[in-house]
Design a protein around this ligand. Sequence first.
Ligand code: ZN
Length: 174
Amino acid sequence: MALREIIILPDKQLRLVSKPIEKVTSEIRKLADDMFETMYDAPGIGLAAIQIAQPVRLITMDLAKPNPDGETKPEPRVFINPAIIASSDELSVYEEGCLSIPEYYEEVERPAKVRVRFTDLDGKVHEEDAEGLYATCIQHEIDHLNGVLFVDYLSKLKRDRVIKKFEKAAKRAE
Ligand code: ZN
């Protein structure tokens, strides 16, 4: 496993549409391993491959909560070529953040429940109903595969403000 660098706003690669994965190769498994290491290190609960500059439709996620003993057992999950195949009319609001937009959090409204179809690392296709944090997280990560960021859901004023802030920071770092 290797720690990879997470690209951040305004890196243009974040706007790329990622390509479908045709076959689960050892290269894809290695990429997933690296994504978990990078995601846990950040730390974050979800990561799309494009966030480490790999434009393929691969997501890692871990939404594990502490058990009654206060311990957290990891629940690593991999989603290959994930797609939302149904969404509820009911909406819910979560305060979202993004490893590619560090230290910025805003409330975003999305469908409260979604049905997601995806392939696992063994090449098996699954369909699952997601709600709560899982629903929000999978929608946020699939957006990344389509070049969409959570700030795109904010008012133009808020979005322009955060994008400008990160552009300025990038200029200063040059
Ligand atoms: Zn994100």
